[in-house]
Design a protein around this ligand. Structure first.
Ligand SMILES: C[S@@+](CC[C@H](N)C(=O)[O-])C[C@H]1O[C@@H](n2cnc3c(N)ncnc32)[C@H](O)[C@@H]1O
Length: 185
């Protein structure tokens, strides 16, 4: 078990619209996500980023939302229904040890890992599963909160991603976060 896993009550806070004042999902995601794409939101919680992802991929795309805590999905699905994007959302409960993406080999255009890698006990395993799921040259945005994750720990996660076959192509500026865009080599 990881030392810390985001509790469900924090999931409610993370989904608050107030967060958009300093982390605007559309602005963060739109450079990478286009209509018709298959995208992954790994560690999606209650879907602060999942709904904007669903809007960006549109009716011909899909946002696959993965979390190990099934309880997070209830609010995510209610919000997605209200927003009219439930048709573009697929939720999947995973275990802490595997994302269970075996059916998505080379199928994913873009993946988001926002504020979740520091909760994963084996980052190398996460990145190698993700590598298998990504299309060639598919992109992954990894962002970690500066409040919880030191620069050195972020660099360790980045090194782990590079060992699994990703290359860093961009360092976007996201408020309060360390961030990098990775591309599958
Ligand atoms: C801090 S929350 C971030 C939620 C969301 N990405 C956001 O930025 O609003 C981290 C989420 O990652 C999930 N998580 C932690 N370890 C995980 C793992 N090994 N596999 C999948 N999800 C995991 C937690 O259940 C939690 O919902």
């Amino acid at each position: 078990m990881a030392e810390y896993v985001c509790p469900v009550w924090v999931g409610h806070l993370l989904a608050s619209p107030v967060r958009k004042l300093f982390q605007e999902p559309r602005k963060i995601l739109s450079p990478y996500v286009k209509p018709g794409m298959t995208v992954l939101d790994v560690g999606c919680a209650m879907g602060f980023f999942s709904l904007p992802l669903a809007r960006l991929v549109g009716p011909d795309g899909v946002a696959v939302c993965v979390d190990m805590q099934e309880k997070m999905f209830q609010r995510l699905e209610t919000r997605a229904r209200k927003a009219g994007v439930i048709g573009q959302i697929q939720t999947r409960t995973c275990s802490q040890d595997t994302l269970g993406l075996g059916d998505l080999a080379e199928a994913v255009d873009f993946a988001l890992l926002f504020a979740m890698v520091h909760e994963v006990p084996d980052a190398a395993r996460l990145f190698s599963e993700l590598h298998r799921a990504m299309k060639p040259a598919g992109q992954v945005l990894m962002a970690e909160p500066k409040g919880h994750v030191r620069a050195k720990a972020f660099d360790t996660s980045l090194a782990s991603a590079e060992q699994c076959g990703f290359v860093a192509i961009e360092r976007p500026r996201i408020r309060g976060s360390h961030a990098v865009v990775l591309s599958k080599v």
